[in-house]
Each structure stands twice: as structure tokens, then as C-alpha cells.
Design a protein around this ligand. Structure first.
Ligand code: DGY
Length: 321
């Protein structure tokens, strides 16, 4: 009998085909509605490998529900803050993610937000869509240029580097804050300056968040950090919502401590703080970082490769633990 591979939400057919080609018969949550917690706890029973989405919390309760035969949890995301990795490790359950395949898609969205918020593109679109009268004018809806401005990257992993490359092509200078050193060649290519977090916040015109979400980065950016930023600076977040204290972001915007924000992720996703919704100087998009057809297919395929390796008791291509 083939291993019980349970897929907790709809994933692109490329991933499912890879599983079938490997002789596995995945059981997929196929209903129109997203799986509820109660349904999830029931659905995972007896799974040998779980393929999970970032919307599913994998904790002791879920691992208990799955049962002791569980060998792996393969997240279809590079971020895995939805998974209690320590709990999985205690039970010898492998955790995997999907790094690499969504780097460009996410960097595109991060830089798209930079352009949107600095050039007031969302606001401009709202003017037209709401049938407000408008006329080209020398002083009409002026934004700020990004050339010769500093982009400060928090978390210089693959996505941070890819975002920096885009920014450099647009004439920005690059500073970064990273706990781990980056490749010397990349630092040279980008002419990137490593700064402390405080110095980066104080000197950057745009600050873009690209670090993982974990206990150490929870609310890394809050009231004190907004006060350090320039009043003309913009915050971009395409990483995870809880890295930024969302209420304190609203407070900082209200107080004019920063100039605006571009957000793809939210602290209490999918809820968005009401104080953000009415602001013109904030661009809000619904977690679209990896949302291209090609990227999602690649993520599903990589998650499937991880699941296949685990079910064959082999080392998966992209392990977390
Ligand atoms: C990820 O992979 O972590 C992204 O947030 C998914 O869009």
C-alpha cells in the first residue's frame, strides 16, 4: 500500500502529478472552502507525510491528531512560521520548505510596492476609479523619486538580495542588516553597506523587510523603530506580518513619523488593521509575494519532491530540521 500523503489544501497540478509519477496517491482537501481547524484535525489522521499551506498551524495538537506514523511536514512556502519545528523535531518529524523558487516573484512584489508607494500609484488609481475629476498639473499628485536614495534591507537572504538587485538597477544605494554574513561577491556587486538595525533605520529612505518570522523577529519593527526612521521614509513588508507591530505602524503613520508603507503581509492575516484601510499613503495587497502561476507550480513541485524523499526515507531536498 502506498504511503498516505495528505495535502491540506489545493495545490497546482504540477505538484500532484509529481506525487502520482512517484507512485504515490495523495489525498487532497478538495472542497471549495478552506479547511477549518476541526476538519484539518480529522483530515490529517493516519498521514505519513503532510503537505501543508502557510495557513495551517502545525503544532502539538495537529501532530497528535496525525499520529505517530507521521514522518514529514512539507510546507508549500519558504516561510514556516506556521510550523512548530521544535515539536516536529521532538517527534522525529522532518519539516521542509520551498526556498529558491519564489525569490524573484517575491522580490518583484517588494519592488512593485516600493514604486507604488513612492509614486502614489494606488492613490492615483483610486482617483480614476472613483470618477473624481482630475487634470494633469505641475503639482498634481507628486511622489518622490527613488534614484540616489537608500534602500535598507532587513534580512539579506535570497529575497533580500534579489530586491536589492532591482533597487540598484533603479539607481538606489543599498544598505542591509543581517544576522548572518553575506557572500562577499554579492556585497561587492551591490556595493552594499552592512549596518546595525538602528543605523539602517535612521539612514534609509525605504526600509524593506525580508527576514524570517520567529520569536527573535516578532515585532522587530515597532514604535521605537518608527521613531528612528526618517519622516520621509517608507516601510515595505513582504516577509511576514508579525515582524511589524501593525498598531504601532498605524500610530507612526498617524503621527507622521514615517511617510508611508507598502504591505503584502499583515500581523493578523487575513485581517487588516482598520487604521490602514483609510490611509492614502499606504499600499495594501493580499499576500501576493509568490502568486504567479509559474512560481506556485514550482513551489508545489518542490514540496512534492520533499514529500517523495521523506516517504522513501531519504533526505529531502530542502529540509528545515
Ligand atoms: C512564502 O513562501 O513564505 C510566501 O509568503 C508565500 O507566498
Amino acid at each position: 500500500m502506498s504511503a498516505r500523503i495528505v495535502v491540506t489544501g489545493k495545490i497546482p497540478s504540477a505538484g500532484l502529478n509529481a506525487l502520482h509519477d512517484a507512485g504515490l496517491s495523495p489525498i487532497t482537501w478538495d472542497h471549495e472552502h478552506q479547511i477549518t481547524r476541526a476538519e484539518l484535525l480529522e483530515f490529517v489522521k493516519g498521514a505519513e507525510v503532510l503537505i501543508t499551506l502557510l495557513t495551517e498551524k502545525v503544532d502539538d495538537e495537529l501532530l497528535d491528531a496525525a499520529g505517530s506514523q507521521l514522518k514529514g511536514v512539507c510546507n508549500v512556502a519558504v516561510g514556516y512560521n506556521n510550523i512548530d519545528v521544535a515539536a516536529c523535531t521532538r517527534r522525529n518529524v522532518r519539516v521542509t520548505n520551498t526556498p529558491g523558487v519564489l525569490t524573484d516573484a517575491t522580490a518583484d512584489i517588494a519592488f512593485g510596492l516600493v514604486l507604488m508607494v513612492t509614486r502614489r500609484l494606488g492613490e492615483g488609481e483610486r482617483v480614476i476609479r472613483s470618477n473624481q475629476p482630475w487634470q494633469w498639473g505641475m503639482n498634481f499628485m507628486l511622489g518622490v523619486g527613488i534614484q540616489n536614495r537608500q534602500l535598507g534591507i532587513i534580512g539579506m537572504g535570497a529575497i533580500g538580495v534579489a530586491t536589492a538587485r532591482r533597487a540598484k538597477a533603479f539607481g538606489m544605494s543599498i544598505a542591509y542588516f543581517s544576522r548572518s554574513p553575506i557572500d562577499k561577491k554579492i556585497a561587492e556587486e551591490l556595493n552594499a553597506t552592512q549596518l546595525s538595525l538602528d543605523d539602517l533605520l535612521a539612514s534609509s529612505d525605504v526600509v524593506s523587510v525580508h527576514c524570517p518570522s520567529n520569536d527573535a523577529t516578532h515585532h522587530l519593527i515597532g514604535a521605537a523603530q518608527f521613531k528612528m526612521m526618517k519622516q520621509t521614509a517608507f516601510l515595505i513588508n513582504t516577509a511576514r506580518g508579525p515582524i511589524v507591530n501593525e498598531q504601532q505602524l498605524v500610530d507612526a503613520l498617524d503621527a507622521g513619523e514615517i511617510a508611508g508603507a507598502g504591505l503584502d503581509v499583515f500581523e493578523f492575516e487575513p485581517k487588516v488593521n482598520a487604521g490602514l484601510l483609510t490611509r492614502e499613503n499606504v499600499v495594501l495587497i493580499p499576500h501576493l509575494g509568490s502568486a504567479t502561476q509559474e512560481t506556485r507550480a514550482a513551489m508545489a513541485t518542490l514540496a512534492a519532491s520533499n514529500a517523495i524523499a521523506i516517504s522513501n526515507s531519504q533526505k529531502p531536498p530542502t529540509p528545515v530540521n
